[in-house]
Design a protein around this ligand. Sequence first.
Ligand code: HAM
Length: 422
Amino acid sequence: MRQSLQAVRGMMDILPDEVEKWRFIEERARNLFRRFGYREIRTPLLEATELFARSIGEATDIVEKEMYTFYDAKGRSISLRPEATASIIRAFIQHQLHTTGDRKFFLLGPMFRHERPQKGRYRQFHQIDVEAFGIQDPMLDAELMFMARSFLDEIGVKEVSLEVNTLGCSVCRPGFRTVLQDYLNANVDHLCPDCVRRIPKNPLRCFDCKVPQCKEALAEAPLLINFLCQKCLSHFESVKSYLEQLSVPYVVNPRMVRGLDYYVRTAFEIVTTHLGAQNAVGGGGRYDGLMKDLGGPDLPGIGFALGIERIMLLMSGYQPSRENDVDVYLVLLGDSARRKGFQIAQELRKKGLSVEMDYDPKSVKSQMRSADRVGATVSVIIGDNELEQSIAQVRFMKEGIQRIYELSDMAAELVDIIKGAK
Ligand code: HAM
């Protein structure tokens, strides 16, 4: 026997029962972001590898080992997008969107990272990503965090907390880097090989190491928050005060570093204790300077992304809507009635009703059972007798009432009754 084919490891099917919940999340996101002035954008799943290397950073886990990268027929290196920020900036630059006045965007869609799959961590996963360009004011930083929190509240995700940090800028970070490197070099015997390797290229990442020995070694490490330049300090103070004004609860986590290199100043994560090792529901921050580095105008930027699969695991109290209910089930007996019913089905659908029928000839009893199973509002019974008299028996399933309708005006009447009741 041939082995049956399976989905690629770490990539999940989303089956019809779950799709409703996905759409609920997506629709709530669209609705909320619109109120804050964000417009939807969609970019290709594939981009030049260089785009991610230049933005996320060569020395990050994502670029070093997690991207799905391959060469196309012309020998160009392309990658499945591991995140959306770089792609949105690329699109913004390519289409000169700064000339249009559009500066706030969101994107919903799949991302790809070759990580070890586990609960809440997949190789194809979906993000709700939000980006805003050209706004330097810390008011926006706070507003974005407020928006992310509001969204999670609206869809019933509770028990998350917001952690905020600042990662400095090109003025204050280089000095801190040297201080940190000195500290790490002095403690090198207590660090794991990965952290030792990170010292010259990406020392801040050591704060994110999960190895207990490294955590201990970093307990006394210097913190960037104590080395900020005046501008970064005042930006951070303003962000915090705006968060307080909007009553957004947060904690400052001075050890939080993000897994992407482009951040400056504000960085934040929304975390939970309910997802085991995958504690981040979302994360984001400022990346002033990135657009210019990628060849675009010198506009500041800030954004965040939430992981939809992780949100789904945390959603409580979601009631699926019943939008896929069947309005009419056609119970047809005999060839002529089936032929007529086939035509009636299309007429009713054109008028906006959802209609089901058994395509294969079956007994009335079995067809009525199907009507019950799908929760049809009415079943329309047509056999040879009915056809001869141009009528149909219409059974209102919940009420258990049966009435006779003329075929000529049945469609209009059913539309009135069913749509009127909705
Ligand atoms: P990120 O922290 O790498 O940030 O990812 C954001 C969120 O995507 C995570 O908090 C998590 O919920 C979800 N996520 C990441 N990897 C996986 C995975 N393997 N499986 C399931 N969910 C995952 C970014 O991607 C930045 N682009 C966010 C951003 C936007 N910063 C500024 N603008």
